[in-house]
Structure formats: C-alpha cells, structure tokens
Design a protein around this ligand. Sequence first.
Ligand SMILES: *Cc1c(COP(=O)(O)O)cnc(C)c1O
Length: 380
Amino acid sequence: MNNAKIWLSSPHMGGNEQHYIKEAFDTNWVAPLGPNVTGFEQDLEHFLKEEVQIAALSSGTAAIHLGLVLLGVQAGDEVICQSFTFSASCNPILYLGATPVFIDSESETWNMCPVALEEAIVDRISKGKKPKAIIPVHLYGMPFKADEINAVAQKYQIPILEDSAEALGSTYKGRKCGTFGTIAALSFNGNKIITTSGGGALVGHSKETKDKAVFLATQARDAAPHYQHSEIGYNYRLSNICAGIGRGQMEILEKHINLRRQMHDFYVDFFKDIKEVTVFAEPNSDYFSNHWLSCIVIDTKALGKSSADLRIALEQENIECRPLWKPMHMQPIFEHYPYYGAKVSQQLFENGLCLPSGSNLTDNDKIRISSALKSFFNIF
Ligand SMILES: *Cc1c(COP(=O)(O)O)cnc(C)c1O
C-alpha cells in the first residue's frame, strides 16, 4: 500500500477553475478587478441568498479588518471576540489599536457562550466602556447559537461581526451562515471548504456597505482626477485570477460539502462503539454543519491515552491531524486581555483532535485512517 501523506484538509479543484483563469489571461484582465471578481461575488450572493452584498477581498483576515473599520472601531475601543478560534478572528482588533475581550464557549456548538457574553457586556459597561462589536465564530463549520447571541447583541444594541470563515454552506434554522451579522467574513484560504489559493469576502446587507468596503479595499481614492485621499485606505481587493479559481470552486461547493459530511459520518460510524471518544456533531436539527473539519474529543482518563498520543500515532502513519484551536485567552500574546467564562474551551483544546476531513480523501485513504485508528484503539 502506498504511504503518501494524508492531509487534514487540502485544496480540491472541480475542473473548471483553469477555464476562468484562461479567460482572464485571454482578455488581459490580470488585475485586482475584472469579470471573475464580479462573477465570483454574484455566485456568492446567489448562494447565500438573504439579499446580501459581497465584496471579494484578498483574505478573510482583510474582511474582518475592514468589517471592524466599517463598524467604527477605533483605537481604545473594546471588541468582544470568541476565545476558541484561529488568531485571525482577533488580530484585526489589535491592528486598529482596540482591545479584545475574550469569551469562553458553550459545550454544545463549541462557540461563543451567550451567558458569558452577557456577563462580559454588563461588566464592561459597569467599568465604563460599552463594547463596539461582537465577533462570534462558526468554528469548524458548526453554527453558533445565533438566536441567543443575536438576542444579547440586540438587547445591548451592539453589532455582530460574524466570522464565517469556516462555515460556507452551513445553516442554522435553514438560514445560511454568513448572513446573520451586520457584517460577516468568509475565507477562501488553501485549506478551507473552497479555496481561491488565498482570498476572502466581506458580506454586508446594503449597497452602501459593499461600496464602502470596496472603496477602503482599493486605497480609499476620492472622486478626483488626481490621487486624493481623505481616509486611510487598504490594498485588500481580490485578484481577478484568484477569483477565477473561486468561480470554478462555486460550481462544486454543494458536492464538496456532501463529501465533507460523509467524512464526518465515517468517523461517527467508526467511533460508535468506542465510548471514550465523542465525535463533534450538531446538537439538533436546527444546525447543519458543513463539517469543514471532523473533530473528536477523548476522555483521556477513561482511555488512559491522550489526544496527543493519537496525533503522534497517526503521524507515524503519515496521516496529518491537528489539535483543536488553542483558545486566544491562553495565547502568550493575548493572555493579559480580559476573559469571561470558565474552562470549556480550555478542556476542548486539551482533549480534542481534528482528523483528516478533506473532500478529496479516497477509499484507500479511509482504509489507512481506519486501520491506524483500529491499532490505536486496540480493535482487531
Ligand atoms: C481561516 C480563518 C480566518 C482567516 O481567513 P484568511 O483567509 O486565512 O485570512 C479567520 N477566522 C477563522 C475562524 C478562520 O478559520
């Protein structure tokens, strides 16, 4: 049997990507604007429905950064952010000289705990500063508790910047992730559910929001024959070449979501009789996850072996896996910022693992994964 590396989540082309790229070359639209950028934005708008307006950008991080700018976040402000996430959710808060306030997760969706969120808002207001925005995340494609989070945000009139970087195609009560926030961010990085090699998008709900995002993303040029600027601009627009990849990827998005969900089912089936392992799954039928990554949590005490032991065992078989995100409030660079909650995310980090989840894993890959898991769990 060949022993080629099995990746956690690798790019998976549909076939038509190069057609759109060739078109860009043939028409000389080799620039950060053009028909592919416009076409990709329309494909995304059509997919998300809900009358959204999309600005294609160079990364998901850029979308979060511009989202905060559009929400009026300035130096000295406070911004609430889910702690259990990738650092790109909160780095842009620091780019703006604002202060992150981190919130623990609840154990059902692993996302921002609405109770800890409200506790934080009340406490920050009592200390004299009302947070300017809330950044909840649909981690690993699992929708956050949108009704509860929205209710808290509404009650205190604080806008939501929804980090939907991992959740394209996920839904909550039938509504697509990426349409809940005042503004949302999508990512098309290399390991995401679809990729443009690198890219992202800002999702807004009005033409003004989109136009302002594009204005800021293209160096904030005022309407004048010369180069005139009355605002700080950024160079954050998506390349027309990369957008061509995105158009091809949109053609196979639904199919690839199904394949990711099949990988999740594969693990649910594998672990059904192993009581020390819990596969991360939707709490009920309100939630539909794209299962961007399939994750498990190990009862380390009961099993007598840890998630790190499993990771090392799989790596010896050339199978990539990864610890769950290390919470931001535990990171050396962020640990001195305010944190509200208990130890839900910390315990997930300490006992969890992401397993190979790509839409391009073959039957042979699954055989290798299951035989490596069988030998670790002593199943014969
Ligand atoms: C990938 C990711 C981002 C950032 O997206 P990039 O396109 O890589 O800049 C932000 N938040 C989360 C949760 C992510 O997984």
